[in-house]
Design a protein around this ligand. Structure first.
Ligand SMILES: [Zn+2]
Length: 323
């Protein structure tokens, strides 16, 4: 009898694990947002986190800082695009998230999704100008905007006004804490190796080309919200940071300089921007195989979506702005 009960429990747990695994990998799964955890711990601080423990600890610490300031947003995920060895993305809840059209909490411009490039962090040690960086990011956004899967959404560029738009850098001690909600998708620019060591775990600074953080809205108890009842937790904003270590002649990554349209061992900014802004548009990593812009490890110049990227975008955006 006892063995049967235990067996049943084991099957239940295994089933739950399988469902959790599916929801991570299949963007069509409608997993409901989590309610309060039975332990009483706010899910803001820990849901079903996965990823490098050092990264998760950093994300949880950032969320505690945000909660202490009374902000109703929390980091939900950090996605790393690397060269050489891959690095697991970190997720705090394992729940899928989406932008909410017309969301007043992020001062949404109707159904448009707004992006911004912080040109004050635009130059690379490898010699790119801020205009070159901005041009590569604009080209990447333009590529997604012209993808058939995104024909129902307008990607709208917002000007950089001189007001710092990003907050993860400031929370980690790299500059001030900026003012969010100037745009939905923030390309925060080039940051030093120490920032990627701080947020990427051991060795992060030498392997991570770029990282995108996804923030979600949370209620007063720290639980994710779903105001439009679409069974996705509500996205607040994203921040993407690019690693200025590459091409710095003073270190071990000198041989992999940031450039535009130059093959390996140079790193193409537009390729990395296309990948990172794919995250901002709610694509996760997949493969290889198959080859895709959203493979987690850099594999040379890829400035156009592959069929799996299109399929992913179609799953996210085909019904926009309706749930
Ligand atoms: Zn990525």
């Amino acid at each position: 009898m006892r063995r049967t009960v235990l067996h049943g429990l084991f099957a239940l747990v295994l089933g739950a694990l399988l469902v959790a695994g599916c929801s991570r990998d299949n963007m069509n799964v409608n997993a409901p947002p989590s309610k309060s955890t039975s332990s009483g711990a706010p899910s803001l601080f820990k849901g079903n986190a996965t990823g490098d423990p050092a990264v998760i600890a950093t994300l949880l610490k950032v969320n505690q800082q945000l909660a202490a300031q009374g902000l109703n947003v929390a980091i939900e995920s950090a996605d790393f695009f690397t060269i050489g060895n891959g690095r697991p993305s970190a997720r705090l809840h394992q729940l899928p998230y989406r932008w909410v059209p017309n969301d007043p909490r992020r001062s949404a411009d109707g159904d448009n999704i707004r992006y911004l490039v912080d040109v004050s962090h635009g130059t690379t040690i490898s010699g790119l100008s801020s205009a070159q960086t901005e041009g590569a990011i604009d080209a990447a956004l333009s590529t997604w905007a012209s993808d058939a899967a995104l024909k129902k959404v307008t990607l709208e560029k917002r000007p950089y006004t001189g007001i710092d738009p990003s907050i993860v850098d400031g929370l980690e001690g790299f500059g001030g804490i900026g003012t969010p909600f100037q745009a939905d998708i923030v390309n925060a620019g080039w940051y030093p190796r120490g920032f990627f060591d701080a947020i990427g775990g051991p060795g992060g600074g030498s392997g991570i080309l770029g990282v995108t953080f996804t923030f979600i809205f949370v209620d007063g108890n720290g639980n994710p919200s779903d105001i439009n009842g679409d069974n996705y937790i509500d996205e607040a904003f994203t921040e993407t940071y690019y690693n200025n270590t590459f091409g710095d002649p003073s270190n071990d990554r000198a041989g992999f300089p940031w450039a535009i349209n130059v093959p390996l061992p140079a790193i193409d900014v537009q390729t990395v921007a296309l990948h990172e802004n794919g995250h901002a548009l709610d694509l996760g990593h997949f493969g290889p195989p198959p080859n895709a812009v959203m493979n987690p490890v850099y594999a040379g110049i890829r400035q156009s979506p592959f069929p799996p990227d299109d399929a992913g975008m179609n799953a996210v955006w085909s019904s926009w702005p309706n749930p």
